[in-house]
Write a protein that binds this ligand. Structure first.
Ligand code: XUL
Ligand code: CO
Length: 437
């Protein structure tokens, strides 16, 4: 197998190829359903797992060294950034996203950390211009440091809340400078372990105030992208306030934030909430809050966030079906919040993992287009709800009936026959589409 340094770019060689460092399904400029594949998929490299994570887990230390031979903290992060853009070039990825602490070292206090961060934002800005890349979104890591042990915007300590606000302000400034089209809030420790020590009402109100201030600051200073909430039900806290899309939508509606906040849906967070990925995407779509996607997968036998590179083509197909039905990405895109397994510890593995994830979603896109073009599933659903197209059903849809009128109508009915849901037939149709071409 080739070494990382020998790889200059990953070509599209098609499904018959056995070359490991080639795309089998992702052909960036090929037009499918009226758009180039790269514009349908808007792949983004996510910094924290790819550029920083070294494979440490709670039972052992890292298995990979990503210091790039540097000990000076600033030089190390500059080398990481150089590597990040080189990797994106090799893979043909146009977008990237990051937490503040992914791109810069932390200083002794907020002031010093912000200076380091600004230096690295400038450094990355130059790389982005030189390499013709775009920033998908920025976020603040307001969960790792020990001061965030009881939350950030939902902390019991007002000083911690202020530090979290300063970090978000710096992140929004970076998003504006880099022209990012998104700013993400994932509520890492915004939740609680026990109600015995928690003022839930105050925490939720403080969170709403925090998001409102961030929105107002961003809009006042020229940030025109989307703000995103990334739902996750648990881990690290036992109860997270951003449990799933429906919970987040309730919170956003209550606090008049739906015009500015959309969802950043992560595949495995959906699974942890006991939903399918498609359920979360559909819930966002019907609520008008579909925004961006964190594409990874979990392990069905493990109950935590394994953040694996996606290889499940069924999930990717149903995901891309929802994306197409939502009209495609606007400000959002598809980022790989995914990491190589701890035992896949070489730079070649990073490239191979991205190829797997990108090919999986490219295949998913192709199959989703085939599903729509085939039409059997969509037309079955249309037929299933046909009783709402005319007569009393149309009146229900038009909100022009009443319980009295429906009662009169029901009184005149004889035996009713409800059409079969034909789930097995539809699953068979899906398999037919997946494997027939
Ligand atoms: C954590 C997670 C984060 C968010 C950004 O589970 O997914 O990477 O995507 O903070
Ligand atoms: Co994520």
């Amino acid at each position: 197998m080739k070494k990382y340094a020998e790889i200059t770019s990953i070509p599209y060689l098609g499904a018959a190829s056995t070359e490991p460092f080639a795309f089998k399904y992702y052909n960036p400029t090929e037009v499918v359903a009226g758009k180039q594949m790269k514009d349908h998929l808007k792949f983004a490299m996510s910094y924290w797992h790819t550029i920083d994570a070294e494979g440490a887990d709670m039972f052992g230390s890292g298995t990979m060294d990503k210091s790039f031979g540097e000990t000076d903290p600033i030089k190390k992060f500059e080398k990481k950034a150089d590597f990040a853009f080189d990797l994106m070039n090799k893979l043909g990825i146009e977008y990237y996203c990051f937490h503040d602490v992914d791109i810069a070292p932390e200083g002794k206090d907020v002031k010093e950390s912000t200076e380091y961060f600004k230096h690295m934002v400038d450094y990355i800005y130059d790389l982005q211009q030189k390499n013709n890349k775009k920033c998908l979104w920025v976020t603040a890591n307001n969960f790792s440091d020990k001061k965030f042990m009881c939350g950030a915007a939902t902390s019991c300590c007002a000083d911690v809340y202020a530090v979290a606000a300063a970090k978000v302000k710096a992140g929004i400034d970076a998003a504006i400078k880099l022209g990012a089209t998104g700013y993400v809030f994932w509520g890492g420790r915004e939740g609680y372990e026990t109600l015995l020590n928690t003022d839930m009402g105050l925490e939720l109100d403080n969170l709403a105030t925090f998001l409102t201030m961030a929105r107002d600051y961003g809009r006042k200073n020229g940030f025109t992208g989307d703000f995103y909430i990334e739902p996750k039900p648990k881990e690290p806290t036992k109860h997270q306030y951003d449990f799933d899309v429906a919970t987040c939508m309730n919170f956003l509606r209550l606090n008049n934030l739906t015009a500015d906040f959309k969802m950043n849906i992560e595949a495995n967070h959906a699974t942890l909430a006991c939903h399918t990925f498609q359920h979360e995407l559909r819930t966002a779509r019907v609520n008008g809050s579909f925004g961006s996607i964190d594409a990874n997968q979990g392990d069905p036998l493990l109950g935590w966030d394994t953040d694996q590179f996606p290889t499940n083509v069924y999930d990717a197909t149903l995901c891309m079906y929802e994306v197409l039905k939502a009209g495609g990405f606007t400000n959002g895109g598809l980022n790989f919040d995914s990491k190589t397994r701890r035992s896949s510890n070489t730079f070649e593995d990073i490239i191979l993992s991205y190829i797997a994830g990108m090919d999986t979603f490219a295949l998913g896109l192709r199959k989703a287009v085939a599903m729509i073009e085939d039409g059997r599933i969509d037309s079955f659903v249309d037929e299933r709800y046909a009783s709402f197209n005319s007569g009393i059903g149309k009146k229900i849809v038009d909100k022009s009936t009443s319980l009295e009128e429906l009662t009169d109508y029901a009184m005149g009915l004889g035996a009713i026959e409800v059409m079969s849901g034909r789930q097995e037939y539809l699953e068979n149709v899906l398999n037919n589409i997946m494997f027939n071409n």
